[in-house]
Design a protein around this ligand. Structure first.
Ligand code: NAD
Length: 319
């Protein structure tokens, strides 16, 4: 007879390899979703995709994702629906609209929204889905397009624990880490908190490195000091805003292929709205929001957000 631990292992292995909840519908086949849907298909799920862009559907078809003509048609026989869409408005319409996901998803299915949105969005969807006998979690992601491509995304989820547990095989097919952060909306709170801190440390790193370099320090020496001192952070180690010091950082490839400044502005605005709602003081978050907005208004919204260093450097020239 198998020992208890062996039995436990067998159960886990069986539930993962048997691909329960095999039929997956994927909504939003853009920069992130295109790769995420492809990774689900690669892991043996049967994936149906919907996106209003014909080009996105065509590209997904090459990766084993069959296309549908509407949200209603895409979700009608889904076990699980995954979405990653651009904004609050699009998510609310896609889920709660007359021809949306909740109206057409089968009873007993599970809906996973990975878009970055205001925490109130999943809080509005959850009760309507529950009423219809459908599970719903928010599960935004960190890791960017590279993480989506390489299935190394980190998912931060909010919702019922049993729904989160049920989503694990799907999240594992698309990413490397999965966190259950709490009740519905908690994933968005974690995501927006992380991104506001990332925006603030990015801005602070750009500002202080610009000052040290202008004072005559060798940029490499300055970075070595920072990375071995108390100011060390992800921004100094991995994402240095000064070109040429960290070869893999977006700054070293003309600020392309990173986390777009316009997405940073979006997340800071969402985080600011969240903070306003609970009157949590965000003096640094507010400055960061304004600074990245200025980068965008100068026409650099498509560049990585560490481009803010170039803006500060340019300001120096005027003195
Ligand atoms: P994107 O614009 O490349 O893709 C969004 C896709 O959604 C588009 O293909 C669009 O046609 C499609 N779409 C629009 N309305 C739709 C609908 N009603 N039904 C189905 N599809 C619809 O955006 P992206 O970069 O993939 O980002 C998507 C989400 O992921 C955003 O919320 C973003 O904030 C978040 N995010 C992006 C990154 C990143 O690095 N790009 C990282 C983390 C999180």
């Amino acid at each position: 007879m198998a020992s208890r631990s062996t039995q436990c292992l067998l159960t886990l292995t069986r539930s993962y390899s048997s691909k329960a909840d095999k039929n997956v519908t994927f909504l939003g086949l853009g920069n992130m979703g295109g790769f995420m849907a492809a990774n689900l298909a690669k892991q043996g799920f049967t994936v149906t995709g919907y996106d209003p862009s014909k080009d996105a559907l065509k590209a997904a078809a090459k990766n084993g994702v069959s296309g549908a003509d509407s949200i209603a048609a895409a979700v009608e026989s889904a076990d699980v629906v995954v979405s990653i869409l651009p904004s609050n408005k699009v998510v609310l319409e896609a889920y709660l609209g007359k021809d949306g996901v909740v109206a057409h998803a089968p009873k007993g299915s599970l809906l996973i929204d990975s878009s970055t949105v205001d925490p109130n969005v999943p809080k509005q969807i959850f009760p309507v889905a529950t009423e219809k006998g459908v599970g719903f979690i928010d599960a935004p992601v960190s890791g960017g397009v590279m993480g989506a491509q390489n299935a190394t995304l980190a998912f931060m989820a909010g919702g019922r624990k049993e729904d989160f547990d049920r989503s694990i095989p799907h999240l594992k097919a698309m990413g490397a880490k999965q966190f259950h952060c709490g009740d519905i909306g908690a994933g968005q709170v974690a995501k927006l908190t992380n991104n506001m801190l990332m925006g603030i440390t990015g801005m602070a790193t750009a500002e202080c490195m610009n000052m040290g370099i202008k004072m005559g320090l060798n940029p490499q020496v300055l970075l070595d000091v920072l990375n071995n001192s108390s100011a060390r952070s992800w921004s100094t180690e991995v994402y240095c805003p000064v070109p040429g010091l960290v070869p893999t950082a977006p700054s070293s490839r003309n600020y392309d292929g990173g986390f777009k400044n316009e997405l940073m502005v979006k997340d800071l605005e969402l985080a600011s709205g969240m903070a306003l709602g609970i009157r949590s003081p965000i003096p640094l978050g507010a400055v960061a929001t304004q600074l990245y907005r200025i980068v965008q208004s100068r026409g650099y919204g498509q560049k990585d957000f560490s481009f803010v260093y170039q803006l500060l450097k340019e300001e120096n020239k005027n003195n």
